[in-house]
Design a protein around this ligand. Sequence first.
Ligand SMILES: [Zn+2]
Ligand SMILES: [Zn+2]
Length: 105
Amino acid sequence: MKICENCGNVINKPFCIGCLEREIEFWLSKERPEVISEIRRLLISMVDFNRKGSKCIVCNKRINVCNNCYLEKIYEILKEKDVDLADEFKFLFLDLESKDVIQKI
Ligand SMILES: [Zn+2]
Ligand SMILES: [Zn+2]
């Protein structure tokens, strides 16, 4: 069982936040491309691929931070810039997370 180094919750996604970032980047490239550099910086500040942890099924790097921690920080960044954009982000990425959680229960 892997634990998120940021929030202490169990990581229940088999892919890392780096792979998640590419999805978000793709979405932002159409909506607000100027925000992309900021979420990249956030990724670098949160991730430490040298630590132990299970491997991402997509890129084979180690996972040490859960997707939710990363998504919530991005949501805060977007909310400061554009509330409508933040809401759309929440609908596309964060609500998806909670749906997954509900399915597991
Ligand atoms: Zn976390
Ligand atoms: Zn990955």
